[in-house]
Ligand binder design. Structure first.
Ligand SMILES: Cc1ncc(COP(=O)(O)O)c(C=O)c1O
Length: 504
């Protein structure tokens, strides 16, 4: 190569010596944060106004700022004003604690900055993503020759699968003609009332409308009622409508319930429907040797959504869409504009991910997932996932034996329960109303307090606290502390509410 005679020094450029120093400083701050994460609060719970004040809401600065000071100020601000889902007592919603190697993976990935839209722009990154997809499929017992792609999370993974189903199942070319080709027919999408809200966005955004969702009732364990599903499909067929797909959930967002996936697969086969499984949360538990049969039956699905940023504990964002037939995935997204020359050689064809999903330019999110998979292997995940489930069971047992707590559900690593003052008559209408208000306040208090972080769900109209453990840092001691924390807060709020009610 010819020796360069000139160097451009753009304002953004940093010398390699300075880069090294800045990097050391940042990594130092991160490692100090990680070293004390058990001892700090889960969240400092700042208000929006407090955070805006910190950002000094002026206009865009005209002049730049020295990187050393900027990075120091920024990391201080982040570490003092965030919620840490890597904290051992974070059990809210379904967010995994981020693996340290995954954190470094994101750093490394952006240093190379491959555009994983086309092989030619990202040779190693593309193949790493393909391998990651195959490993995830293998972990959950899904065919490893499926089509797959990494996306930003569960919503997007479900969207990708939904679009593959839409293209594969509609009898006309919906990508060209839109819904003009429907000839006035009605199409139905079947799913249980416990399904995550992505389904409403998908039905809305991709042309069906939310009225096309048949909300199938659930049984006592919050799993799709198969009889009701069968009856609804028969009724719709009898009316001349077109059933299109059934969506089963492997680990519902509210309680971790697993739909009877094997039976749903049979219904889909009988009626020639697309069978999609939303396994964003629970699919990865299929890696366990003692995984329930219902969960294993996700292997029969036409498509599955899985979230590495949940139970693979990778930093946000990482979701994964798997579609049994590669052609169904590519068929839903591919175009070949003249300005793309990405074909490669016959017999050694490249994979170009822009043809498999909604994004064009794409980052290297596979690296953090691939690194963590390699770091601990299948056995590491079996251990961490089964430990999380065991902790949720311990919590359930603790709550069940506590006189002032009422246990509701336990499935996968989610346990739900509520605080019930000992003098209250559960089941009485007024008492139930009061319990909902009381537990809602308890949750707010818990979430702002920073001792532990849970979220909530509604079970048959009852507001319950929900602890979801997808956290490799949580210990038995952490989980055993939760009942007493909730009861302490519960007593205080109960007293406050009763004093308010009696007007004192
Ligand atoms: C079952 C299920 N599906 C979909 C989602 C949406 O995932 P994301 O928030 O990654 O888009 C979630 C999130 O918790 C979920 O639990």
């Amino acid at each position: 190569m010819q020796k360069r005679k000139t160097t451009r020094f753009a304002p953004l450029e940093i010398t390699s010596t300075e880069f090294k120093k800045l990097g050391h400083d940042v990594v130092g701050q991160i490692s100090r944060h990680l070293a004390k994460i058990q001892k700090i609060k889960v969240t400092t719970a700042p208000s929006p106004r407090q955070v805006r004040k910190l950002l000094r809401s002026g206009g865009l600065p005209r002049k730049g700022m020295a990187p050393t000071k900027l990075l120091k100020e920024t990391s201080d601000m982040l570490f003092k004003n965030s919620l840490f889902n890597g904290h051992p007592r974070f059990w809210g919603y379904i967010s995994g604690s981020p693996s340290p190697l995954g954190i470094l993976g994101d750093f490394l990935a952006s240093s190379v900055n491959p555009n994983v839209g086309a092989f030619i722009l990202s040779p190693v990154a593309t193949e790493i993503e393909l391998q990651t997809v195959r490993w995830i499929a293998e972990m959950i017992g899904y065919p490893t020759d499926c089509g797959g792609i990494l996306v930003s999370g569960g919503n997007m993974a479900n969207f990708v699968c939904f679009l593959a189903a839409r293209k594969a199942k509609l009898a006309w070319d919906v990508r060209a003609q839109g819904f003009k080709g429907s000839q006035g027919k009605r199409f139905w999408i079947y799913t249980s009332a416990e399904t995550h809200t992505w389904i409403q966005k998908a039905a809305d955004l991709f042309g069906f409308g939310t009225d096309s969702i048949r909300w199938i009732p659930v049984d006592g364990d919050l799993r799709m009622d198969l009889g009701a599903l069968r009856r609804q499909i028969m009724d719709d067929v009898a009316s001349g409508d077109v059933p299109l797909m059934v969506i089963g959930t492997a680990g519902s967002v509210g309680t971790g319930a697993i739909d009877p996936l094997g039976e749903i697969a049979t219904v889909c086969r009988e009626h020639s429907l697309w069978f999609h499984v939303d396994g964003a949360y629970g699919a990865l538990a299929a890696v366990l040797p003692d995984a329930p049969d219902d969960l294993r039956a996700l292997s029969m699905a036409d498509s599955v959504a899985v979230d590495p940023h949940k139970w693979l504990y990778t930093p946000l964002e990482a979701g994964c869409a798997l579609v049994r037939k590669q052609d169904d995935l590519v068929g839903a997204f591919s175009y070949h504009p003249p300005y793309y020359k990405f074909e490669g050689k016959e017999g050694d064809e490249p994979t170009n991910f822009y043809e498999r999903g909604l994004q064009n330019s794409r980052g290297f999110r596979a690296l953090k997932v691939w690194l963590t998979l390699r770091q601990v292997g299948r056995e590491g995940y079996e251990k961490m996932i089964s430990d999380d489930i065991q902790l949720a069971r311990i919590l359930h047992a603790k709550v069940t034996s506590h006189p002032e707590l009422q246990a509701f559900t336990q499935s996968l690593s989610i346990t739900t329960f509520r605080y019930v003052p000992s003098d209250l008559n559960v089941g009485d209408q007024n008492a139930e109303k009061y319990l909902n208000a009381l537990n809602e306040e308890i949750l707010g208090h818990l979430q702002r307090g920073g001792e532990a972080f849970c979220s909530n769900t509604l079970i048959r109209g009852k507001f319950v606290l929900r602890a979801c453990i997808v956290n490799f840092r949580t210990t038995t001691e952490d989980i055993e502390a939760l009942p007493d924390i909730v009861v302490r807060i519960g007593k205080k709020i109960d007293k406050k509410l009763r004093t308010k009610e009696s007007g004192n």
